[in-house]
Ligand binder design. Structure first.
Ligand SMILES: [Zn+2]
Ligand SMILES: [Zn+2]
Length: 293
C-alpha cells in the first residue's frame, strides 16, 4: 500500500520530507514528524537513541518527548530540552488530535504514541508490547524482522560472568541502564564508564565503585559484549533492547491492526508473508511515495 492507498483507506496522509529521516503524518492540517529532524508542525520522539533524532530536537519547542527521554537528551547534549514533556501513560492534545502514550520498555523513556482519531499507533522500538493498545494502523519497527532472530535474554549468564569482575560492553544509552538495573536488583556491585554513570544518575540508577565494569562496546578490550546482534567477534551474551522475530508477530496479534507500516528496521519477506496470511496488509518506508518539502 502506498501513501494514497493509506489516505483513502484510513483517512490520513503518510509522507516523507525530502532527505529527512523516517516519516510524517498529516491529519486535519496537523503535521506530525516521527523520529525525524525538526519540521513545521510537531516532532514526536519515541526515545533517545540517536537514530531516532531526539538530539536534533533538543532546542525544538514543538518536539514532544517523555520525561525520561528529555532527561537522557539533556545529559548527552548538555542542553535543556525545550520541547513539551509528558509522563508515559498520560495523554495530551495537539489541536484536534488526542494522543495517548504507552510504554514499550525498549529503553528508559521509550514511548508509543496512539493517535485516537485515526487509530494509528506509532511504537518506536519495542521490547515489551504487552501494554500497547489495539489499533487500525500499526507504525512500528522490525529490527529483528528476520526469522533467524529468535532469542531470549541470557540473564543467568550475565549474572554468572558479572561475579568475576569483568568488563561488560553495553551501548551507553539504554542497554547500559538495563544491565545496571539487572545487577542492582541482584545485589551485584559494579561500576561504569563516565558517560554511562551520568545517564544512570540522571535516571536515578545507582552505580558503585568496584566489581564488574560497564563500558561502551567501542571501549571493550576483554570481556563480553551484551547484544543480540551477531556481527560482533567477541564473546557475546544476549541481552537485547528489542523483541525478537516472534515478538514482532506477537505484538501484531496483540494490537490487531488492519495494516502494518514498518518505518524502522527491515522486515523480511517471511515476516510480510506471515502478516499477509493473517489478512493484514503491510508496507515499508519504500512504499511511502509522497514527498513534501
Ligand atoms: Zn532504539
Ligand atoms: Zn531504533
Amino acid at each position: 500500500m502506498n501513501s494514497l492507498d493509506i489516505a483513502e483507506r484510513f483517512g490520513f496522509l503518510v509522507y516523507k520530507r525530502k532527505s529527512f529521516p523516517h516519516l510524517s503524518l498529516r491529519f486535519k492540517g496537523i503535521d506530525l514528524h516521527v523520529d525525524s529532524t525538526p519540521g513545521d508542525g510537531f516532532n514526536l520522539i519515541t526515545h533517545a537513541h540517536s537514530d531516532h533524532y531526539g538530539h536534533k530536537n533538543v532546542e525544538n519547542p514543538k518536539a514532544i518527548a517523555s520525561i525520561e527521554t528529555a532527561k537522557i537528551l539533556k545529559t548527552v547534549s548538555n542542553k535543556e530540552f525545550s520541547g513539551v514533556i509528558f509522563k508515559i501513560g498520560d495523554s495530551f492534545r495537539l489541536g484536534e488530535l488526542k494522543i495517548e502514550t504507552y510504554p514499550t520498555k525498549h529503553i528508559h523513556g521509550a514511548t508509543a504514541f496512539y493517535i485516537k482519531e485515526i487509530g494509528a499507533l506509532i511504537t518506536g522500538d519495542v521490547k515489551h508490547w504487552e501494554c500497547l493498545p489495539r489499533c487500525k494502523v500499526l507504525i512500528t519497527e522490525a529490527t529483528y524482522g528476520h526469522p533467524s532472530f529468535v532469542f531470549e535474554d541470557e540473564i543467568d549468564r550475565l549474572l554468572s560472568v558479572a561475579k568475576s569482575n569483568i568488563a561488560l560492553g553495553a551501548y551507553p544509552i539504554g542497554k547500559a541502564q538495563r544491565v545496571a538495573e539487572i545487577l542492582n536488583s541482584e545485589g551485584y556491585e559494579f561500576t561504569a564508564e563516565d558517560k554511562i554513570k551520568k545517564i544512570c544518575s540522571a535516571l536515578g540508577i545507582e552505580v558503585g565503585n568496584s566489581g564488574s565494569r560497564i563500558v561502551s562496546p567501542r571501549n571493550l578490550k576483554d570481556g563480553y559484549i551484551l547484544t543480540a546482534q551477531r556481527y560482533y567477534r567477541r564473546p557475546r551474551i544476549v541481552i537485547s533492547d528489542h523483541m525478537d522475530y516472534r515478538g514482532i508477530i506477537a505484538m501484531v496479534e496483540h494490537c490487531k491492526p488492519e495494516h502494518v507500516l514498518f518505518y524502522h528496521g527491515k522486515p523480511s519477506e517471511k515476516l510480510k508473508k506471515e502478516l499477509s496470511d493473517m489478512s493484514i496488509t503491510c508496507s515499508t518506508l519504500r512504499d511511502v511515495d509522497i514527498t513534501l518539502p
